[in-house]
Design a protein around this ligand. Sequence first.
Ligand code: FAD
Length: 303
Amino acid sequence: MKLLLVGEYRDGRLAAETAELFGFAARLDAEVSMVLVGSADDLPAFDGRFYLADLETYGEYQPDVHKRLVFEAIEGEQPDVVVFLHSSYGWDLAPRIAAAMQTAQVSGVVGIDDGGYVVESCNGKMLRTVHPETPVAVLTLQPGAFEALKMDAQPEVIKLDTSSESAIKFVGCRQPEAGVDLTRAEVIVSAGRGVGSADQVALVEALASALGGEVGASRQAVDAGWLDRSRQIGTSGQSVSPALYVACGISGAIQHLAGMKGSGIVLAVNTDRDAPIASVADVLVVADVAEFLPALVEALEKR
Ligand SMILES: Cc1cc2nc3c(=O)[nH]c(=O)nc-3n(C[C@H](O)[C@H](O)[C@H](O)COP(=O)(O)OP(=O)(O)OC[C@H]3O[C@@H](n4cnc5c(N)ncnc54)[C@H](O)[C@@H]3O)c2cc1C
């Protein structure tokens, strides 16, 4: 199987998740090439052909120009699968490539199962396996789903050159205003839907205060209006790496795990011993947050 990976530059740097494309390729034991609009000074190392287009000439994103560049690499490689990250870049460019090729597209792949691609459905509550029926498939990979693989080998670089004329003007990306920076917190205590109500978030805040940490949240807790969006952790929130992460009433959906997988010790409090958070927790307390959190705060205050 031949894979063409589409790397990504963001804010002037190689996006860290690009390494996850190699982790995906390793799972398939596939022959790999990569196309990237980037700078020769900051390229990923891997064993394969590298189609490089100059960042200064083509910009970090320009839909029709980047589409032409990816097509040049597709013509050179004739891959079976073209693989993007499930990022704003991939969301926009992958369907353009798939539609132009009249080929299957699978978005947000989180796993590989029996030659098919596993994707989430019902807001992450269920998984389904998709088998594309076209000769070529275009995929986007959910960040955090595959290992970020670092390699040593040097690729063979092939420079891409195409017209930079564009019918579309890409204005740029704007980061949401950061209300609170959780990226440097040593301790984070996060609230999920299992906390139950906005009032109950006080239990999480009390534990965060007793531990000298910050309060984080799952998307469900943010969407419910219990906590500010700036406290959301996950693929559409912040990526954090505290020494201690306490997940209170959080199931452990892949989008949440992607944002906290760099944590040191993970303590999860959940009534369901089989919740997916158990797979990353160092300690799982099977309990109701309304009972366990006050008891833990009381014990900490007695120290
Ligand atoms: C494109 C996209 C991007 C996303 N980005 C993010 C993101 O950045 N961050 C994020 O978090 N999610 C994100 N999500 C949503 C994600 O898929 C999940 O829906 C979300 O993480 C679930 O939040 P939760 O764990 O709080 O809620 P639930 O999945 O509903 O889990 C609640 C948990 O609480 C437990 N529980 C219930 N009652 C109690 C109790 N009394 N005591 C203890 N435990 C209890 C339950 O057993 C359950 O495990 C995204 C989804 C999509 C599609």
